[in-house]
Write a protein that binds this ligand. Structure first.
Ligand SMILES: C[C@H](O)[C@@H](O)[C@@H](O)C(=O)CO
Length: 545
């Protein structure tokens, strides 16, 4: 037997100290975002520390502020793995989030952490901390990692302090989820029959989702393995964003300009300037229109039924934002794009559903929604939104649903009620415009496809997009990211904390129906279609089936 092998020497793992709670903060990959958001994170961490200390425990931050970088976030998976080597595996651990964060930075460490895990976020619209929390908890749910969650403005309110105390004392915190119920036996209605027929068609005839670079911004929760996807009849075409850029470069300038002219004629407003670093320029817009044309051509080449562009890593350093192209793709009424030989209009008169940030839960949902809404004769335009924040208005809790760049123009009531603003430089160094506006009042079906216990689930609910006075809309935009499209959403029979406790994604899908009865019928068809596809359906809040 040889004695020359090199055996690994494993460092001793640190032991947990009684009364000590460790904290970590996961951040963005973009230095500009981490530096900009750091002061808010610091404030929130101080709030959490004060609350934990008042309850008789000590806080030990597991990683320091980095003076060279100008922030104290974990900014990569490698860094996260190294940080977790210093954390006692059995110690109580709080992930503190006031910002949008990349879940994979901390997922490796959290997967093997044995002590109780709590994820907390600040109830604030300023930066997407709540969105970050929801992405991480969805990722932990998919990974099967036990965890608790909690949110508060500054951890001085009784509800949050009581929750924190429970978690510190027991290592567990549960929330009311009595608004969720499993799908009952479905009635014998035309909508149920339609849903089942569309499911049978999808499984027999199959559909393809085109994925331009999988796995956006650490969103492990947004990746659905083929083994879970294929039984629905849905298959992935794996595409590269570099092919998209190559195709963009083949789009002649006049064709991109024709898209701009069409939108100008349709009444859309472009807030342009000349400073590439901070303003939206005509050149950025032309690049975005090239992307719109290129995405349709590639989708046509591969026979895609839906498409997703990752953008936020890689492409963000190559071309302006993908959002404007994405919003256009999701609308039935779009600038026409023809095949390269000019013979055919591509996807004429219909949206090509786009799942932003290659969120594959959104891909499945958009495809299903598109089929049902089209079959029922409704506007099939659908989009995701970030669950960004919310506050009471006039005695009702009104959510700020705010996607990071674009919604289909029909959600605003048309292109003449839509505008485009430069994407914030801290996330989008090369700029590009949004497709923004205020979502029109109306009846919506909301939903989310997610993975738990190794299978696909979907939550379905009803809501109303409400109109708020202009100054309240302005206040909400200014309190969040004013460049992005906003929906004022009231969810039926689901309160603020119930949605936060239950929702397994940073995103939520919405689609409009002509009226409340139509929305109920569309939801019933959707429930039937998902159930027929083998997805576990849950009804949330007040839903009439
Ligand atoms: C630009 C930001 O990173 C956003 O993309 C982020 O807040 C999200 O939209 C997460 O869903």
């Amino acid at each position: 037997m040889s004695s020359s092998y090199t055996f690994p020497v494993l460092a001793e793992q640190p032991a947990a100290e009684p009364g000590v709670v460790h904290t970590v903060a996961s951040g963005d990959l973009r230095l500009s975002a981490n530096v900009t958001c750091w002061p808010v994170q610091q404030r929130f961490e101080a709030d959490v520390e004060r609350a934990v200390t008042a309850l008789g425990h000590r806080v030990r931050r597991a990683h320091p502020y980095d003076a060279d970088q100008g922030h104290g976030f974990i900014a990569s998976q490698r860094q996260g793995i190294e940080v977790f080597k210093t954390i006692p595996p059995d110690a109580p651990l709080i992930v503190v989030e006031a910002v949008w964060q990349y879940s994979h930075h901390v997922l490796a460490g959290l997967r093997t952490h044995r002590g109780p895990i709590l994820v907390v976020a600040n109830w604030s619209g300023e930066f997407p901390g709540l969105v970050g929390l929801l992405g991480l908890t969805a990722s932990l749910t998919k990974a099967g990692v036990a965890h608790s969650i909690l949110w508060s403005e500054n951890f001085t309110d009784d509800w949050a302090v009581a929750g924190l105390r429970t978690w510190l004392e027991t290592g567990m915190l549960t929330h009311d989820q009595s608004h969720v119920r499993d799908l009952p036996a479905l009635p014998d209605t035309t909508e149920v029959a339609l849903g089942r027929a569309l499911a049978a068609q999808l499984q027999r005839e199959k559909a393809i989702i085109g994925v331009f670079d999988e796995g956006c911004m650490g969103m492990y929760n947004a990746i659905i393995d083929d083994e879970l996807l294929n039984p629905l009849g849905i298959y992935k075409e794996r595409l590269s964003q570099s092919a998209l850029v190559a195709e963009m470069n083949r789009v002649p300038q006049q064709e991109a300009q024709a898209v701009r002219d069409w939108l100008d004629a349709a009444g859309m407003t472009f807030h342009t300037g000349t400073d590439e670093a901070t303003e939206l320029t005509d050149a950025q817009l032309l690049s975005q229109f090239r992307m719109y044309v290129a995405a349709l051509r590639i989708a046509d080449d591969f026979g895609l039924d839906a498409v997703g562009i990752q953008y936020q890593q890689g492409l963000k350093d190559v071309v302006p934002a993908s959002d404007l192209a994405e919003g256009l793709l999701n609308n039935a009424e779009r600038p026409p794009v023809r095949s390269r030989d000019g013979a055919r209009e591509l996807y004429a008169g219909a949206p090509l559903p786009h799942f932003n940030e290659v969120d594959e839960g959104v891909a499945v949902d958009s495809l299903v929604t598109n089929r049902i809404w089209t079959a029922m004769g409704f506007d099939p335009a659908t989009t995701l939104h970030d669950i960004r924040w919310g506050e009471e208005y006039d005695g009702r809790f009104v959510w700020v649903m705010e996607i990071s760049g674009s919604v289909p123009a029909s959600h605003h009531g048309g292109y003449d009620k839509s505008w485009s603003m430069r994407q914030p430089p801290m996330y989008f160094p090369l700029g590009g415009g949004t497709l923004s506006g205020v979502s029109k009042p109306g009846e919506i079906v909301w939903s989310r496809v997610f993975i738990a216990d190794g299978i696909l689930h979907v939550d379905l609910g009803r809501g109303t997009a409400v109109e708020l006075p202009e100054e309240e809309t302005r206040r909400r935009l200014d309190a969040t990211t004013p460049q992005w499209p906003i929906m004022h959403a009231v969810l039926h029979g689901v309160d603020r904390d119930q949605l936060m406790a239950r929702h397994k994604a940073n995103h939520l899908n919405v689609a409009y129906a002509p009226d409340a009865d139509a929305a109920d019928r569309a939801l019933a068809a959707k429930a039937a279609m998902f159930a027929s596809l083998g997805v576990r359906v849950h009804l949330c809040g007040d839903v009439r089936i």
